[in-house]
Write a protein that binds this ligand. Structure first.
Ligand SMILES: O=C(O)c1ccc(O)c(O)c1
Ligand SMILES: [Mg+2]
Length: 629
């Protein structure tokens, strides 16, 4: 698999881009003319610098407005092309992208364009270069890869071929299956980009909103399957124009790009038989069966307060670690570990973030396969020394730097609780009726949301729900849920645009993206709320106005409403079912717990309630800011 990326796709100057691209594992780059012109090196020096990074120049681009011009303009276009061919030879690349003309005087006509390219092919051959023709979705006469292919077919010159770009095909809703009719050896190059579905002008959409395959809504995998079916086995290259990426981290974007290509080609290889492109064999996207545990780094008074909160929520302190300062709290299938170690990773996490969720354990189909797949997708493995009697549990670093452990049944790793913990005599039965973790909510900067979502959806068998806007009194938070097909594991990602939102101030307090809240499931939220209240749990108080509004919006009996109001339970419903939720009060810099009950097929997270929940949390926090424990 030969992976390449266009220099426009990431931020920085050319030298910074090259370093980041090479580090991420790409072996080629498309050089964009602007990047090349802006650099002070000669073409030859730049070519050598690129090769010194272990990168090949896969494509020189873009060359605009070549075909279909009349008289003197045509002559000028040929002169321009000759000039660029000479530059390409100096740079050390043999392929140029010519995008379909947008010139106001371009005349159109498949044969006219084909004649231009046939003539250009002869000139290119003399200089040892090749020309690839790409249909821009907004090209004046040619804006469909099928027409571009017809031009190339009629030009009938070995140095003239076709360049396919998933954005141009898919943005115009052209069926990618039509690519299967094109001979693979006439496809000179393939560019890939995804994009969110937004109804807007094609050029503007393309130049500002493209993103990595898997980050948007286009059928890039179907496009690539069709390309692969032609026998094409050359470069696959990311070409991403995105405003956000232009200001992002070159290294992070390069890593995401590489991750997206590996995941895409893995999907293609698994769904399209008999590929000519060699694709590394990876374990399938991992099936997550649920959250095995969440672990807090905490200590001292904060640890005591957290233990008190867990007790009030019905958790029992069931075990202690054989050699480390780890307390295991349990209720139903939920395990919460309080880590008070003063060395190692949890200690670092505590020093950096204060009391925080430093580790999430996932129950997966195979822990070993998870790490193999994650590492192939450029995730960072994590390990720290294990003490006597401890199990080596596979782990990786998550996007925000926290740790994810993987537990499976087959390898005996699920026995960790019996092997590494001694019982306190308390049992996990009873409690307040909490059964399992419904979802884990992570908060990050808005700019990082795509990266987090790609991390989860590429490693695990998880899908994204549409983006939801959450209105905070002090700004907007965008929220997107990711879940396994069966709902066994759900994560919500909340992207904060300003530090004044609740999510944003949590980010500022915790120095980076992390789990901000955990939602537990119950089968009877009224009984759970009552038992917790008896044990001293203080729910987040909702306003009387909220319940008046509920009464107006939904058909709920007076008794039901009164009971909801008494326990500060929020409500939502859709065509498929109902949803009940209540919240705890924020602690430790903005962490909080939630309790939910799903009825019928309700798959959401109570988004309509979020503004009222956030306003209530902000009232508790007050103008002085987030409480410590
Ligand atoms: O937006 C453009 O002009 C442009 C240029 C070159 C490309 O390969 C492309 O896909 C778009
Ligand atoms: Mg392109």
């Amino acid at each position: 698999m030969k992976t390449s990326i266009a220099t426009v796709s990431i931020s920085g100057n050319l030298r910074e881009k090259l370093a980041a691209i090479a580090k991420a594992g790409f072996t080629g780059i498309e050089i964009f003319e602007q990047d090349f012109i802006a650099d002070e090196g000669t073409p030859r020096e730049i070519g050598n610098m690129i090769r010194d990074h272990g990168l090949e120049i896969t494509l020189f681009q873009p060359f605009r407005d070549f075909e279909g011009l009349p008289g003197g303009l045509r002559e000028k276009a040929f002169d321009r092309a000759k000039h660029k061919f000479d530059t390409m030879v100096e740079l050390g690349t043999d392929l140029v992208l010519m995008c379909s003309s947008c010139h106001p005087e371009a005349l159109g006509g498949i044969d006219r364009a084909a004649d231009d390219f046939a003539e250009l092919g002869a000139i290119a051959a003399e200089r040892g270069v090749r020309v690839g023709y790409e249909a821009l979705a907004w090209g004046r006469h040619v804006n469909d890869h099928r027409d571009a292919w017809e031009v190339v077919r009629r030009a009938d010159h070995p140095n003239i071929g076709l360049i396919l770009d998933s954005f141009h095909t898919l943005a115009r809703k052209i069926d990618p299956e039509t690519i299967r009719r094109i001979p693979g050896d006439k496809i000179f190059f393939v560019q890939l980009a995804d994009a969110p579905l937004i109804d807007m002008d094609l050029l503007y959409w393309s130049r500002h909103f493209r993103n990595m395959p898997g980050e948007g809504d286009l059928r890039v995998a179907d496009f690539m399957r069709a390309v692969a079916a032609t026998g094409y086995d050359d470069w696959i290259s990311l070409e991403i124009f995105n405003d956000q990426f232009r200001g992002g981290s070159a290294e992070g974007l390069s890593r995401d790009g590489y991750r997206s290509l590996v995941a895409l080609m893995d999907e293609v290889a698994k769904t399209e038989p008999g590929l000519a492109i060699g694709v590394p064999k990876l374990p399938d996207p991992v099936r997550v069966e649920g959250v095995a545990f969440i672990e807090f780094a905490t200590r001292g008074k904060e640890a005591e307060a957290l233990a008190g909160l867990l007790a009030a929520m019905g958790f029992a302190h069931v075990g202690d670690h054989i050699s480390k300062k780890l307390a295991l709290w349990q209720q139903g299938e939920i395990r919460v570990v309080l880590n008070g170690e003063e060395t190692g990773y949890a200690d670092t996490a505590y020093t950096l973030h204060g009391t925080s969720i430093c580790d999430v354990g996932l129950q997966v189909s195979s822990a070993a396969d998870t790490v193999t797949r994650a590492e192939a997708l450029a995730a960072t493995p994590f390990s720290q020394p294990v003490g006597p009697g401890e199990l080596e549990i596979p782990a990786i670093r998550s996007v925000g730097g926290s740790v994810m452990h993987f537990i499976d049944a087959a390898s005996g790793l699920a026995d960790v609780w019996d092997v590494e913990f001694t019982g306190t005599g308390e049992t996990a039965s009873g409690g307040a009726g909490l059964t399992r973790i419904d979802h884990v909510a992570e908060t990050m900067n808005y700019d990082e949301m795509l990266s987090w979502a790609l991390f989860y959806t590429s490693i695990f068998d998880m899908n994204r729900a549409p983006m939801v806007d959450v209105i905070d009194p002090d700004g907007l938070v965008r929220s997107r849920a990711i879940r396994t097909p069966d709902g066994a594991m759900r994560i919500t990602l909340n992207g904060a645009e300003t530090h004044r939102t609740l999510a944003g101030s949590f980010l500022a307090e915790s120095f980076g993206g992390a789990v901000q809240h955990v939602a537990f499931s119950t089968d009877d939220i009224f009984a759970t709320a009552a038992r917790m209240a008896e044990a001293g749990f203080r729910p987040l108080p909702m306003t009387g106005n909220y319940y008046d509004d509920l009464a107006a919006r939904f058909t709920l009996s007076d008794e039901r409403l009164a009971e909801m109001k008494a326990h500060h339970i929020l409500y939502d419903e859709d065509a498929s079912g109902a949803f009940y939720q209540f919240y705890g009060r924020p602690f430790a810099g903005g962490l909080f717990f939630e309790v939910v009950q799903r009825e019928g097929g309700y798959e959401g997270y109570g988004a309509p309630n979020a503004p009222f929940r956030i306003a209530a949390q902000k009232r508790i926090i007050g103008p002085k800011g987030m409480p410590r424990l």
